[in-house]
Design a protein around this ligand. Structure first.
Ligand SMILES: NC(=O)c1ccc[n+]([C@@H]2O[C@H](COP(=O)([O-])OP(=O)(O)OC[C@H]3O[C@@H](n4cnc5c(N)ncnc54)[C@H](OP(=O)(O)O)[C@@H]3O)[C@@H](O)[C@H]2O)c1
Length: 269
């Protein structure tokens, strides 16, 4: 359990996923967390479900905590930073999960505060199976990075990256769940096209992705090795793989991640 208190600004989808993970893993007790949320119905629901304090006023919530986690949309981050800047001091560790908002931007608004960490989580955090990439400001105390690691390990894996890699991370693991959902949907369609009922096709597609991923993790081998193991000479799988290569699956995924990375860079300007 961490000793610090935490104020969560923005208890939306990702904010709630984090909150649930922390409480489930007992990283924080409910009394250590205050959520700031502008939407009153959401505020009441969060308070009721998680037994934490939930407030509308960010200015009164900041002095209650040593860790401030910013989980509002990037578009309103500027306004939130301007509001909180006068009450942030060196006792505060600031963690932002806002896509595309650079550490330099946070520092510019927070009077060059150096205890700042930027994180890119992804939606499987909702079921504590996420992966979060973290990077810290120049001169960040080492203890702060350890604290941030623990905060995000409550909802999955954590990797440390350089900030210049954040657009690439956003394009791969941040946007990645959507690519996987599309692939599953397409596989289910494919099953229907060869005569399976849709619910059965979807079940087969979902469990095949899940099982293959678990096998890959458990065997700890390169995916090509496992693929070769199920590809017998002149068999069905090699016929399917040939069609996938001819259809450009590999090239399409490369293009998808490159396009998302470019868009992330544009949004960060
Ligand atoms: N969801 C993801 O997959 C994902 C992945 C990586 C990073 N992120 C980042 O996580 C952040 C949050 O995303 P999300 O999907 O959780 O968004 P979300 O569901 O819209 O959550 C944001 C919450 O903050 C509230 N809010 C707005 N202004 C506020 C203020 N001034 N003070 C306190 N609360 C305020 C919003 O209330 P209203 O609805 O009333 O505005 C909303 O409940 C974003 O910056 C996003 O880039 C999300």
């Amino acid at each position: 359990m961490l000793n610090e208190k935490l104020t969560l600004i923005g208890a939306g989808n990702m904010g709630e996923a984090l909150l649930k993970g922390w409480l489930d893993k007992k990283l924080f007790a409910p009394e250590q967390i205050t959520a700031v949320e502008t939407c009153s119905t959401r505020r009441e629901a969060i308070q009721h479900t998680y037994r934490i304090a939930a407030e509308a006023n960010v200015l009164t919530a900041i002095p209650k905590a040593q860790i401030i986690l910013l989980a509002v949309k990037p578009q309103i981050m500027g306004q939130v930073l301007e509001t909180i800047a006068p009450v942030i001091d060196n006792s505060h560790l600031i963690i932002s999960i806002a896509a595309g908002v650079k550490i330099a931007t946070l520092q510019a608004k927070l009077f060059s505060h150096n205890r700042i960490i930027r994180v890119m989580p992804n939606t499987p955090a909702l079921i504590q199976s996420g992966i979060s990439a973290i990077c810290g400001a120049h001169n960040l105390p080492a203890d702060d990075l350890t604290t941030a690691r623990r905060i995000f390990e409550a909802v999955g894996q954590v990797v440390e990256v350089e900030e210049k890699q954040m657009d690439a991370v956003t394009a791969l693991s941040g946007s990645g769940p959507a690519y996987v959902f599309l692939i599953i949907e397409a596989l289910a369609d494919a099953g229907v096209s060869v005569g399976l009922a849709r619910p059965l096709a979807l079940q087969l597609a979902v469990q095949t992705i899940l099982g293959s991923t678990k096998l890959l993790i458990e065997k700890n081998q390169h995916p090509a090795v496992l693929r070769d193991m199920v590809t017998s000479p002149g068999g069905t799988t090699i016929a399917g793989l040939q069609a996938l290569e001819e259809g450009g699956l590999r090239a399409a995924l490369l293009a998808a991640v490159q396009a998302a990375c470019k868009r992330s860079r544009e949004l960060g300007q």
